[in-house]
Design a protein around this ligand. Structure first.
Ligand code: FAD
Length: 508
């Protein structure tokens, strides 16, 4: 008699996009999948909320490389178009360099972009296509060598594509060097390198290869989703559940239980134990090692991990229409030195860079009639900055209230919005301490581990613990990195690895 095959039980900690994308694929491969999420809502950083008629994304607002999501649905035998609409945003964004200045519009149309640049610097404009061509080599190399593949075996390191990609990444200097080789105008240098903040780093501190972020934005465009990007996570959770995944919210994992060098399940804060044949932690990797695993059980814990920056957020429900587009950036004239203060001196910038997202410009239903939803993101030092106290009150004011006022003043000064307290119908503020508490991000590092050279490609913590054979990781702080499409690659890669390493997990 043939023994019936019992599906292997996979427990996934966290319902961020990494956890959800892994769950949806693993269940299709025949695993019995449970997702345990500590928060009441799914999506992690890719979640959203509505209040008083205003709808906000909590984190991501710019969808790059939308084809990666199309491919995710195809992997499940589905068409993305049957679930989600993607809307291109053009111009991609408006960049302001000072109060009342004419903005530089970033465009995904190369000819238009060249003419926009010419108004700022004719000589820089001439270099634009050569710059894009070089950035494309980084994109092509990273895509084939690192992003879409596991790189953990010696044979992976020896693949010619990996050797040549690594030579390019390691030998081309920083992302800032890459931009400065083609452009002289400080405003254009800033406009093509601030995208490093999308992954929480200064362009001076990360390899030139990260120029690929700006390259995909400049050539494939920036996209949005009606109702907000968080709908991607909701749809993904629906698809996963319909496929048979058991998603439980309000379930905080206390520890991953090990027996010798093997995971046997997870303990929850509610006192229950969930057994598992394998565990995938989608909780951010530094947090997973610091809080869910015994200290010093892994070589990863002995490494000094470098966190990304954090973000100070204001989500404002504004009672009137604002004269701005969907994506607006305010970049200080001393852009690169202000980043030095933020990343190296860990000081709060006095003249901070600010990103404004106004989703109701694209989708009016995201705000009441005649109102606008305004999302304000300011990169700030993570909680390693001991001198910044976000909680304590001094002389009747907190750091939060002081910084909030500085940010509002700057927005009003630069964009002439005349935004008054009486215009604000709803307000929520999120500080680095909140990122830490709400999403288990160590040091409140909003974008997870920083993508420095030492934490990129095969130096980034990989998606399986080096010692524990049935403990996997998925998400922004593991290989290959942060951002929606890149975390989807992380999910694809970990699923591939799990299937390769657990052939008996597939029944029939
Ligand atoms: C403000 C902001 C703006 C961003 N903008 C963009 C953008 O425009 N475009 C883009 O592509 N990317 C952007 N990103 C990055 C993107 O959001 C992330 O890379 C991605 O969402 C990370 O997904 P994840 O699955 O790795 O982790 P997470 O979304 O952090 O998911 C991890 C989940 O694990 C849960 N969890 C943690 N600990 C436990 C526990 N003990 N028990 C149970 N559950 C637990 C958490 O609650 C969370 O739901 C932005 C991020 C932020 C914060």
């Amino acid at each position: 008699m043939v023994e019936p095959t019992v599906a292997k039980k996979a427990v996934i900690i966290g319902a961020g996009i990494g956890g959800l994308a892994t769950a949806a694929q693993l269940v299709q491969k025949g695993f019995d999948v449970t997702v345990l999420e500590k928060n009441a809502r799914i999506g992690g950083r890719l979640s959203g909320f509505s209040a008083e008629g205003y709808t906000f994304d909590a984190g991501p607002t710019i969808l790059l490389m939308p084809g990666v999501l199309d491919e995710f649905f195809l992997r499940l035998g589905k068409r993305r178009q049957d679930y989600l609409d993607f809307v291109p945003v053009e111009p991609v964004s408006r960049i302001h360099f000072g109060p009342g200045d004419a903005p530089l519009e970033l465009s995904a149309d190369v000819a238009k972009m060249k003419s926009n640049l010419a108004a700022f610097s004719p000589s820089d404009s001439k270099n634009y296509e050569r710059y894009l061509a070089k950035s494309k080599t980084y994109y092509d190399a990273a895509l084939s060598a690192f992003l879409q593949a596991n790189v953990h075996r010696v044979t992976d390191f020896l693949r010619p594509s990996v050797i040549s990609a690594f030579a390019q990444i390691g030998l081309s200097g920083s992302y800032w060097d890459h931009v400065c080789r083609y452009f002289e105008d400080p405003r254009i240098r800033a406009a093509f390198s601030f995208q490093s903040i999308y992954v929480g780093a200064s362009p001076r501190d990360i390899p030139a290869a990260y120029g690929l972020i700006q390259y995909v934005e400049a050539t494939q465009g920036a996209w949005s989703v009606p109702g907000g990007l968080h709908r991607i996570a909701s749809v993904m959770a629906d698809v996963a559940q319909k496929g048979g995944v058991n998603i439980q919210t309000g379930k905080k994992v206390k520890q991953i239980r090990l027996e010798k060098n093997k995971v046997i399940g997870v303990d929850l804060f509610d006192g229950s134990f969930v057994p598992a044949d394998l565990v995938v932690s989608n909780a951010d990797l530094p947090y997973s090692y610091a809080h869910l695993l015994p200290q010093k059980s892994s070589p990863v814990q002995q490494r000094k991990l470098e966190p990304s920056c954090s973000a100070f957020m204001m989500y404002l429900g504004v009672k009137r229409k604002l004269p701005i587009g969907p994506h607006t950036f305010l970049l200080p004239s001393d852009f690169i030195s202000s980043l030095e203060a933020l990343f190296h001196d860990k000081r709060l910038p006095l003249n901070p860079g600010i990103y404004l997202n106004c989703p109701s410009k694209l989708f009016p239903e995201m705000a009441p009639k005649n109102g606008d939803a305004l999302y304000v993101l300011v990169p700030v030092p993570n909680l390693q900055a001991a001198s910044i106290d976000w909680k304590t009150q001094k002389k009747g004011q907190t750091q939060v209230s002081l910084f909030r006022q500085l940010v509002l003043d700057k927005i009003n000064d630069w964009l002439h919005l005349d935004l008054k307290e009486s215009d604000i119908a709803f307000e929520r503020i999120v500080t680095p301490a909140d990122w830490q508490d709400q999403y288990s991000l160590e040091w409140g590092s909003t974008f997870g581990l920083s993508p420095t050279l030492q934490q990129s490609a095969f130096f980034r913590p990989q998606n399986r613990d080096p010692r524990v054979k049935n403990l996997y990781f998925v998400g922004g702080s593991t290989h290959p990195g942060s951002g929606i499409p890149i975390v989807l690659f992380s999910a694809n890669n970990v699923v591939q690895r799990i299937v390769d390493e657990n052939p008996s997990g597939i029944p029939g």
